[in-house]
Design a protein around this ligand. Structure first.
Ligand code: PMV
Length: 326
């Protein structure tokens, strides 16, 4: 049976950085994100006794051997879980370049999980799907539920799941993704996170995260944009301070990243309510309310070094769709 799912990428307001358990991908801290409407993955999965080997392909790009092996590992776990052994064909397509720090692995493993189980004609709960997706790529669990999503830290696998805090209709927030470098990042998040314990700043971040999570939830519940923006930037700067203070030091920003940060602070001084956040790459996510989108876009016209811009609204979670890729 064949099934196809469409999964959004997500941008973390409170970031996941560091694992308590590598194999299970249990995080060291809870995180909170927004699903984005302009960057998603569509994946078709077909298990069939007619296939003699597993075949996974990325339609608008190419999986490395390592990436293909990671996809097959997830499919093996899926087959084991439901006691099936048919070989599989998987085709997947992203609307954005992979490795740009906009969570291609998140939407990828979310789509694979949801399409995979649907193709096997089993229907786990949303919570179970998030637990499963988490083991492919941590942040993938946050791409399954609707809108604004919390991923619980959890000390055992069954407790580390994601759920929707508010649906995508709750608040008209924009994530204007400013791409300054679309080439593959040098150090993967898996590799980067493996060295997190070498950072002397990690303990401080883990200590303050519970209060930061509370402030973010509070800002979302009150739709208080300044409060939301301040906590988003605080956690972004803190996460990157941890990355930078790891051994070896991890530096994801480039000079364009830095100039956009300065520009954002300047625009705020001029009265435009906009804040920034950055994942494991140099590209900058500008967070604003829908009513301020055009002001931010026209301010961006003055900035050099931009390759492209993706304007994202808040998106629903992962959905089954009828249009198969093959
Ligand atoms: O799940 P991964 O391995 O793609 O890691 C995501 C790490 C960050 O994007 C930097 C933060 C986050 O929470 O999305």
């Amino acid at each position: 049976m064949k099934a196809t799912a469409r999964a959004p990428a997500n941008i973390a307001f409170i970031k996941y950085w560091g694992k308590a358990d590598d194999a299970l991908r249990l995080p060291l801290n809870p995180s909170l994100s927004m699903n984005v409407s302009g960057a998603y993955t569509v994946t078709t999965v077909d298990f069939s006794p007619n296939y003699t080997k597993d075949n996974v392909s990325l339609l608008n790009g190419k999986f490395s051997d390592e990436e293909a092996a990671r996809v097959i590992r997830v499919l093996d776990q899926m087959r084991t879980k439901v006691g099936r052994n048919e070989r599989v064909r998987v085709a997947t397509q992203n609307t954005f370049p992979k490795g740009i720090g906009s969570a291609a692995s998140a939407s990828g493993f979310a789509a694979l999980t949801v399409a995979g189980f649907a193709a096997l004609e089993v229907a786990p709960s949303e919570r179970e799907l998030t637990i499963f997706a988490r083991q492919g790529s941590g942040s993938a669990c946050r791409s399954i539920p609707d809108g604004f999503v919390v991923w619980r830290r959890g000390y055992i696998s069954e407790e580390s799941y994601a759920y929707s805090l508010y649906p995508h209709t709750h608040w008209d927030i924009r994530d204007i993704l400013v791409i300054v470098d679309s080439t593959m990042k040098k150090v993967s998040t898996t590799e980067g996170m493996n060295m997190v314990q070498t950072s002397p700043l990690l303990k401080h971040r883990l200590d303050v995260i519970p209060a930061r999570m509370k402030r973010t939830v509070d800002a979302l519940s009150k739709r208080n944009f300044q409060m939301l923006g301040e906590v988003i930037e605080e956690d972004c700067l803190d996460t990157h301070a941890v990355m930078r203070s790891q051994v070896p030091s991890l530096e994801y920003w480039n000079t364009e990243t830095q100039s956009i940060i300065y520009a954002v602070r300047h625009w705020r001084g001029e009265g435009i309510p906009v804040y920034f956040t950055i994942d494991a790459g140099p590209n900058v996510h500008l967070i604003c309310e829908g009513k301020d989108e055009s002001k931010v876009l026209s301010a961006l016209k003055e900035v050099g070094g931009i390759e492209s811009i993706i304007v994202n609204k808040v998106s629903e979670g992962t959905r089954i769709i009828e249009d198969h890729l093959f």
